[in-house]
Design a binder for this molecule. Structure first.
Ligand code: ADE
Ligand code: ZN
Length: 335
């Protein structure tokens, strides 16, 4: 295992499922709370960690939205994003596709421009200082209305050159993809790619809806698709990628034992699964910790680890030339 851990840590990787607000570490949360004079209900890192015990997605989301309340200024979004990229550089992650939740900020009076300017300034610095390439994905909060999503899409249009795709996140149950079919149709007509969280807690029908109604180019999570054999065949045939988040599934109790995590089964079924961290500051691990956890609990081989990493590059929204360059780096490393 020590050899495989070392192999994972030095392996070139891509992350395709990361909520930038979910990378807010307690130390930065405290610093920003002080700087911005925002009250948070924690006094110590230990108190924060005690609060990070979740029994489902909603439990987590309540704490996650509270945490992001310390983000007010462009510089705050910059520091948040640059801290994540610094971590990724340490973990040999060479390409990232990150989500942001504009409605989590604009609903608190923080302008859309403040959010996206801070994030993109950090992404530009990440490229310049670390050579990390990136794409930005705007997520609509599915517990809010279709009208609110349309308004957010309108706010995003002046920034379309900075945003690769739209996505769908937040409380899944009771908020099926069908609720946002028209918003995604408009976003696709405007030239955005599309992804959506589906099958994290929601039933396989939500995964089918994401494919049929939202016409997603990639699926976030997708775990519960395994309950429907016809859907599994469809995902295997189409090679639509799944951005799987192992430690997230464990922390949100979708998986109660890491030895029962479905990612190996997904590979065995021919699904294009990738490894990602989701909200690493809340779930106890970034990319390497996620790879290490599944490698240990599922006894993954070096070939399986390389396959997962290759899937990450192939499923990215980069050009074929860019993908090939990253895959060549991976292959050189594996050999
Ligand atoms: N927002 C941040 N993390 C999320 C997750 N795992 N599922 C849905 N919405 C989210
Ligand atoms: Zn997510």
């Amino acid at each position: 295992m020590d050899d495989l851990k070392k192999f994972i840590r030095n392996m070139p990787k891509a992350e395709l499922h990361l909520h930038i607000e979910g990378s807010l570490e307690p130390e930065l949360m405290f610093a920003l709370a002080r700087r911005n004079k925002v009250e948070i209900p924690f006094a110590t890192v230990e108190e924060v960690q005690d609060a990070y015990q979740f029994s489902n997605l909603q439990d987590f989301l309540d704490i996650y939205y509270q945490g992001m309340s310390v983000l007010l200024k462009e510089q705050d979004f910059y520091e948040l994003t640059f801290a994540y990229l610094t971590k990724m550089q340490e973990q040999k992650v060479i390409h990232v596709e990150i989500f942001f939740d504009p409605q989590g900020h604009t609903d608190r009076g923080v302008p859309f421009a403040t959010v996206i300017d801070g994030i993109t300034r950090a992404l530009n610095d990440g490229l310049e200082k670390y050579g990390i390439t990136s794409k930005l994905i705007l997520c609509f909060l599915r517990h809010l209305s279709e009208d609110a999503a349309f308004a957010t899409l309108a706010e995003a249009l002046p920034y379309r050159d900075r945003i690769a795709a739209v996505g769908l996140d937040s409380s899944e149950m009771g908020h099926p993809p069908s609720k946002f079919a028209r918003v995604f149709e408009k976003a696709k007509a405007e030239g955005f790619l599309a992804v959506a969280h589906a099958g994290e807690e929601g039933p396989p029908e939500y995964v089918s809806e994401a494919l049929d109604l939202l016409k997603v180019d990639r699926l976030d999570h997708g775990n519960r698709a395994l309950e429907d054999t016809a859907l599994v065949t469809r995902l295997a045939d189409s090679q639509i990628a799944l951005t799987v988040c192992p430690l997230s599934n464990y922390k949100l109790a979708g998986v109660t034992d890491m030895r029962a995590h479905p990612i190996k089964k997904m590979l065995d079924l021919g699904l294009k699964a990738t490894v990602n961290s989701d909200d690493p500051a809340y779930f106890g691990g970034y990319m390497n910790e996620n790879f290490e956890a599944i490698t240990e609990s599922l006894n993954l081989t070096k070939e399986e680890i390389l396959n997962l990493a290759r899937n990450g590059f192939e499923a990215s929204f980069c050009s074929d030339t860019e993908k090939q360059a990253m895959i060549s780096r991976l292959e050189a490393y594996g050999a």
